[in-house]
Design a protein around this ligand. Structure first.
Ligand code: B12
Ligand SMILES: C[S@@+](CC[C@H](N)C(=O)[O-])C[C@H]1O[C@@H](n2cnc3c(N)ncnc32)[C@H](O)[C@@H]1O
Ligand code: SF4
Length: 639
């Protein structure tokens, strides 16, 4: 039974038209891989390549893949779909685009009754719950897991009426009565028999930051992660070689991230990849990948030199007890020295991930992990806040971990067992301060400075990071792509004065570290200083009127009283930073189609407060030590 009328253009003789669409993440915050935010969704390319390799489908289906920036106005997004009027609209649903994709789907369902709306991607976990939550007014079908075979079956179903939806494993759909139906699970498709992904057509649309997958699955089962299924699968070597040759030989590709859980699930695989990369790289393409470094003998790392440019390591914490609790028992703290000794001589720019918000780990523990790594000459750290992802142990069994988190994307965790909301806020501020110091730490100065009495981890707590000017400083993709505003530079300098008060020697040292660290970083011209730049053209009244206000003060009704919350705009962006209950929140908006900035911030803060109250946390608890919320809430906007 088909949820959508089978009358299609295909039936009328033309091809079935499919639009695979995805809003990509434009968050510029230094993230999993430097610059990765510009990457297009690989999943859609996999689907297209697979469908085009099916003899019964290739000549009957036209698939267009579009990735658009996340801040695209909804009317333009809808315009893209209306322009094409596709028979099938497939959306890759990710943490960051899910709300927009749901809104778009509802509009498409209303405007184009003939279009079948299919959701896939990492947000589709527990597909019954997924479709029940979104409802029939939003989508027809949700595809869970690796989607190549399922999507091909859906297209067959749309073209020929067979297989029927109830016969397609791995989906949830609405029947003609609008009731949700769930089919049996699908076993993961066999990666080894998948065709090439990097077809000529895909290569043309990939852009300069390419993602590629050589394996699926992961040997660990960290309780916060659902990176892949745990059945490890390898792509066929000849397909990998063909795909990598195409990517590395294409002049448009500048960066290639191998998105495997790690490239060294087997050392022989890492060596194979390195060999292929070396043989096929025709111009400078930066190649990035995660490593586990779990083998006793790590001599293979030197064989990766000249192939991989950046290696990343997911450590999460240097606390041995927690590593075990998280399901990462295989990774022992005692191994750190051996790991870094084996890697750093060859890859001094190793990037290491830490997380905060994990149960039982407080600010002091996070700082201890950071110090331990910096002292071991690690210069690049990513610090992520725990996200309680549906489908993971920590997403599904929140009570067991004392986790308080939002029920909607991005599922950020606000407190966990042993970690109060105040503590989370302190860790958030510390993370932000460390991000501001990224370019400084990247010079590798930490250990020497420490020996001379300047601990940059201590200095971090002097930076007033809740300030929008500093928030702006951390919105860069990597250490060399920062743009510092003059006010940020001033704030860092003022903090340095306070931190080194009374010691000229320490002041000079810190001054030098900051100068050297930020030397390669571009600066915005300081309006307070004379500038050699040509003056920017005066804004038209229309441009002026659309400028976001610098701060918004919002009335809120909480606990039976009237309160006010203030959100400040980060300079140069349309993002607001507000503080509710010691929890910093950012919201982006665009004046054209979304609710106005005020409405959006107000709505989200009110929702968040309501959630805290449902969780029986009072606003008094939330204001806790810093009292910042109380101060903000009591501020009278009339003054
Ligand atoms: C690349 C990547 C990123 C890039 C995104 C770049 C981009 N434009 O895609 C960046 C660095 C931006 C990123 C950021 C984050 N990411 Co990320 N990321 C990945 C990663 C490593 C690879 C994605 C990929 O290409 N996979 C390979 C392709 C082939 O798989 P796929 O996309 O899942 O597609 C398959 C199916 O999903 C399905 N499918 C996909 N689309 C469609 C569409 C249709 C119509 C159908 C039918 C099927 C279908 O079929 C495809 C082929 O089998 C995955 C891990 C992984 N290996 O999947 C995590 C992953 C997607 N990220 C994840 C998370 C949590 C994040 C962060 C929130 C992490 C953090 N703590 O900050 C941030 C987001 C921050 C924010 N708030 O915006 C989670 C998502 C969990 C979830 N269930 O939603 C994942 C699964 C990893 C993890 N557990 O941490 N990420
Ligand atoms: C999914 S991992 C893959 C890295 C590699 N496989 C490893 O862990 O060894 C990428 C990084 O994302 C972060 N991450 C994973 N799951 C997360 C979650 N639920 N919340 C916040 N960050 C997360 C971790 O810091 C992790 O190192
Ligand atoms: S965090 Fe890394 S090691 Fe842990 S399950 Fe996810 S991919 Fe595997």
């Amino acid at each position: 039974m088909s949820p959508v009328s089978s009358r299609s253009r295909a039936a009328a003789g033309s091809k079935l038209t499919v639009l695979l669409l995805s809003e990509i993440n434009e968050t510029r915050q230094a993230s999993l891989a430097p610059g990765a935010t510009a990457a297009k969704a690989l999943g859609a390319f996999c689907l297209r390549a697979y469908v085009q390799a099916q003899p019964d489908l290739r000549d009957r289906v036209d698939i267009e893949v579009r990735s658009v920036p996340r801040d695209i106005p909804m009317n333009r997004l809808l315009g893209l779909v209306l322009e094409q009027h596709p028979d099938v609209l497939g959306l890759t649903c990710q943490v960051w685009n899910h709300e927009d994709h749901a809104r778009l789907s509802a509009l498409v369902r209303a405007a184009l009754p003939h279009t079948m709306v299919v959701h896939g991607g990492p947000m589709v976990v527990r597909r019954r719950r997924y479709v029940e939550r979104l409802g029939a007014a939003i989508l027809h079908v949700a595809v869970e897991g690796y989607g190549e075979e399922t999507f091909a079956d859906l297209l067959r179903s749309r073209l020929d009426g067979a297989p029927r939806h109830e016969e397609i494993p791995g989906i949830a759909y609405f029947n003609e009565e609008g009731e949700p139906q769930v089919t049996v699970d699908r076993t993961d498709p066999d990666l080894a028999s998948m065709p090439s992904v990097i077809t000529a057509e895909n290569l043309e649309t990939l852009g300069s930051y390419a993602l590629y997958e050589t394996t699926r699955g992961c040997p660990y089962s960290c309780k916060f992660c659902n990176w892949g299924t745990h059945r490890i699968q390898y792509r066929d070597r000849s397909v990998i070689e063909r795909d990598l040759a195409a990517l590395l030989g294409h002049p448009g590709v500048e960066t290639l991230w191998i998105v495997d859980s790690a490239i060294d699930i087997r050392r022989s695989h890492a060596r194979f990849l390195a060999d292929v990369i070396r043989r096929h790289r025709r111009h400078s393409v930066r190649v990035v990948g995660y490593v586990f470094l779990k083998a006793r003998d790590l001599s293979f790392v030197q064989d990766l030199v000249g192939a991989f440019d950046t290696l990343q390591l997911g450590l999460q914490t240097a606390d041995p007890q927690s590593l075990g609790d998280l399901g990462r028992g295989g990774l022992q703290v005692e191994r750190f020295d051996a790991m870094f000794d084996a890697v750093l001589p060859h890859f001094p720019g190793l990037r290491v991930d830490l997380m905060y918000g994990l149960p039982g780990l407080r600010l002091a523990d996070l700082q201890a992990s950071v110090r331990a790594l910096l002292q071991r000459s690690i210069r690049f750290l990513n610090i992520f806040r725990l996200v309680s992802i549906p489908g993971t142990e920590m997403g599904e069994r929140r009570e067991d971990y004392g986790i308080l988190a939002e029920d909607w994307a991005p599922y950020e965790v606000y407190s966990a067992a042993g970690v109060s909301t105040d503590e989370m806020f302190r860790m958030l501020r510390f993370k932000e301060a460390m991000d501001v110091l990224r370019p400084v730490l990247a010079t590798g100065c930490y250990a020497d400075a420490l020996r001379e009495g300047v601990d940059l981890v201590d200095f971090a707590s002097y930076l007033p990071t809740a300030s929008p000017a500093l928030m702006e400083a951390i919105s860069f993709q990597d250490e060399h792509d920062a743009v510092l505003s003059p006010s940020t530079v001033r704030l860092v300098q003022e903090a340095a004065e306070r931190f080194t008060a009374g010691s000229k020697r320490r002041r000079d040292l810190l001054g030098r570290l900051l100068r050297e660290g930020y030397a390669s970083v571009s600066r915005e011209p300081d309006p307070a200083q004379p500038t050699t730049h040509a003056p920017t053209a005066a804004r038209s009244p229309r441009q002026r009127s659309r400028r976001a206000p610098a701060a918004i003060t919002l009335p809120l009704r909480v606990d039976g009283g009237s309160w006010w919350v203030r959100a400040e705009r980060a300079s140069r962006s349309k993002r607001y930073f507000g503080v509710v209950g010691n929890v910093g929140l950012y919201y982006g908006w665009d004046g054209e189609t979304r609710p106005s900035g005020e409405e959006l911030v107000q709505q989200r803060m009110a929702e968040l407060l309501a959630r805290f109250r449902t969780a029986q946390v009072s606003t008094a608890d939330l204001t806790g030590g810093s009292g910042r919320l109380r101060a903000l809430m009591q501020e009278d906007p009339a003054e």
